[in-house]
Design a protein around this ligand. Structure first.
Ligand SMILES: Cc1cc2nc3c(=O)[nH]c(=O)nc-3n(C[C@H](O)[C@H](O)[C@H](O)COP(=O)(O)OP(=O)(O)OC[C@H]3O[C@@H](n4cnc5c(N)ncnc54)[C@H](O)[C@@H]3O)c2cc1C
Length: 594
């Protein structure tokens, strides 16, 4: 039986994680690297040269490429071997998604098929359903899509109106309704459809074959970006499906939808890491070729600042993505050890880290938006030309903040889920929050002075966490059960939590790397960590102060503002020089080097 060393989901806020207990991307083994290489080769040789044609809504080409990916085994990475897949763990599937993430809109089609289009059957299907569909989904013989959203049911997904009526002999369901924004809809053979049976309060899920009479697939939507993915409306007009195609329990659909979304959120974050690295490479290549004022633009400080910052944020995003992914794998193993079957263990493992999945989704999508924006800027006018890949990257990135739950909804999930777990007694937020309150009223204890690089940063982390507990504790006391109405405060808190988790993940990775890299090689990783902490301290301060000023007054306000200042203190740093050192290394390597 394996010993689970990682903390439970959300516990990072009140407990310290040891560097040796996290997974870092530098630890990928040979087999994992080979899978990544296959994805990389496939994207470079098959996908990228056909992007322009794909963007003309060439459904045939899109299907063909997915089938080719299937033949190479890339669609079945998470599917167990007994259903003709590769049976790889979650971290490996994330690495594949990262590499495919460099394939622009094809990455969206790939993720929708192999993630939300396939995994509901793997995790919730009966043995018969799994045997019937999984091998063909893994090989690409069948293409999958996921139909949750409706015109009136977007973020409020459980309010969908699509109906399923059970026949008198209970042998069939008749589906009626319209789903919108369905990725892969134009090429799909199998749909996971969410609908309400009769007058049920909650959704149920169904496996529906698109060849079923009564199903009409709309034209591809004209979108801002990801034009190579097929996004359509799907109409169900008295479409009769066998009763055995109910997926999971009746009214269990919303639970399936949420759990699959948690998984989709993690995968999206993996894809954004790939997108960041791909865009940084584009920016570097351009900056190392483009001359102005008689010099390469990569030599200008303004450009170096951007390149350095793009890498610093990407490093943080990658660190937190793989840290959380390994946590999920560990949790899955621990549930299996407790006697759950693999499917249920996977669902529980992912649910355990729902907070981290939302953090990864929000952080990853916003970092990619930052990176592509600066990528365009580095290209100057050429960045605005449809002839450059960076223009495509810019347009394609924007969707990530909207699907898999908008970033507003995900921010609310982060705080809401933490509070829910605290109420259930799963995470003790109250005791540390009270301790911070008492500390605020007492004489400040600055603790022992240390000069150790990692200890200094860990003290900063402890303080960031105190600032979150202070603001959250006071806000909850103030608003009690009306807290959920204070979305701006929840969002400020979510930002503080996201940045703290990202900073901790960067630091732990750098600390773990200190065991394997020479001090010389480690220096740039420390630079990235230093700048990130320095910036994050200021951002956490701003969010915390905004929140405090919204609900506190008088002495309480003054004490809390003082607390915010104390808890987000960062020592002076020449961040300009640090960014330059990072950028110089990137410029020399002419690719993302970390
Ligand atoms: C290209 C593309 C592909 C997609 N693929 C799929 C797919 O394959 N399958 C599928 O089922 N769906 C898919 N979607 C749908 C996507 O998941 C939804 O668009 C998304 O969940 C948001 O829903 P909405 O568009 O109705 O926006 P709304 O829910 O109307 O949101 C509008 C704005 O209001 C905010 N908002 C909403 N509710 C709240 C609240 N309670 N508190 C605060 N702010 C709130 C949102 O954050 C957002 O800023 C896709 C969408 C796009 C654009």
């Amino acid at each position: 039986m394996s010993e689970k060393k990682s903390l439970n989901g959300g516990e990072f806020l009140i407990k310290e994680t040891q560097a040796q207990d996290i997974f870092i991307p530098e630890e990928f083994n040979e087999e994992q690297r080979m899978i990544a290489q296959s994805c990389k080769d496939f994207t470079a040789s098959e996908v990228l040269p056909k992007m322009e044609q794909l963007e003309k809504h060439d459904r045939e080409l899109l299907s063909k490429l997915l089938k080719q990916a299937g033949e190479l085994g890339l669609l079945g990475i998470s599917v167990p071997e007994e259903y003709d897949g590769f049976g790889q763990n979650f971290v490996t599937s994330m690495l594949a998604v990262e590499e495919m993430g460099k394939g622009y809109s094809f990455a969206v089609a790939f993720s929708a098929h192999s993630g939300i289009g396939t995994l509901p059957i793997l995790y919730y299907g009966t043995e018969e359903q799994k045997r019937k569909y999984l091998p063909k989904l893994a090989s690409g013989e069948l293409i999958g899509a996921y139909c949750l959203t409706e015109a009136e049911a977007g973020s409020d997904a459980n309010s969908g109106k699509t109906k399923a009526v059970l026949s008198a002999d209970e042998k069939t369901y008749t589906l009626d309704g319209v789903k919108i924004w369905i990725t892969n809809g134009g090429i799909a053979d199998v749909l996971i459809v969410f609908a309400k049976i009769g007058d049920d309060k909650n959704l149920s899920a169904f496996i529906v074959e698109t060849k079923t009479p009564g199903i009409t697939i709309g034209a591809d939507e004209e979108k801002m970006g990801i034009k190579g993915s097929s996004t359509v409306q799907v109409y169900f007009d008295k479409a009769v499906i066998p009763a055995e195609n109910l997926l999971g329990e009746r009214q269990g659909g919303f639970k399936i939808a949420l759990n699959i979304l948690n998984l989709g959120r993690m995968k999206l974050s993996g894809a954004t890491v790939g997108g960041c690295k791909g865009t940084i490479d584009l920016a570097l290549h351009y900056a190392n070729e483009r001359k102005q004022f008689g010099a390469l633009i990569s030599g200008f400080g303004a450009i170096k600042w951007k390149l350095g910052e793009m890498a610093i944020r990407t490093y943080a995003s990658e660190s937190l993505t793989y840290r959380a992914s390994q946590n999920i794998d560990d949790a899955i193993q621990s549930f299996i050890d407790q006697g759950l079957d693999k499917g249920k263990a996977t669902v529980e493992g992912i649910r355990q880290y729902a907070i981290e999945a939302s953090i990864a989704k929000v952080f990853g999508s916003e970092i990619l938006d930052y990176v592509v924006d600066e990528g365009v800027q580095i290209h100057g006018g050429m960045g605005y030309s449809a002839e450059t890949q960076v223009e495509r990257a810019y347009r394609d990135s924007r969707i990530n903040r909207i699907f898999e739950g908008t970033n507003e909804i995900n921010r609310m999930v982060i705080v809401g889920e933490l509070l829910k777990r605290a109420m259930k007694g799963e995470i003790d937020l109250l005791t540390p929050a009270k301790a911070v309150g008492a500390e605020l009223m007492g004489i400040p204890d600055f603790g022992s002075v240390t000069t150790d690089y990692f200890e200094i940063k860990k003290k900063m982390l402890v303080n960031f966490k105190k600032s979150i507990l202070m603001v959250a504790g006071a806000a909850i006391q103030k608003y009690m059960d009306k807290f959920a109405d204070e979305q701006e405060i929840m969002i400020a808190l979510a930002d503080m939590i996201i940045l703290t988790y990202a900073a901790e993940s960067s630091l732990l990775r750098t600390e773990k790397l200190s065991e394997i890299l020479s001090e010389d090689k480690l220096a740039l990783y420390k630079d990235m960590t230093d700048v990130f902490f320095y910036d994050v301290a200021g951002k956490i301060n701003k969010s915390g102060v905004d929140a405090v000023n919204a609900f506190a007054s008088g002495d309480e306000q003054q004490a809390m503002l003082m607390g915010m200042k104390r808890f987000t203190k960062a020592s002076n740093l020449n961040s300009i020089a640090a960014r330059r050192r990072i950028a110089d290394h990137m410029i020399e390597k002419n690719q993302y080097p970390f």
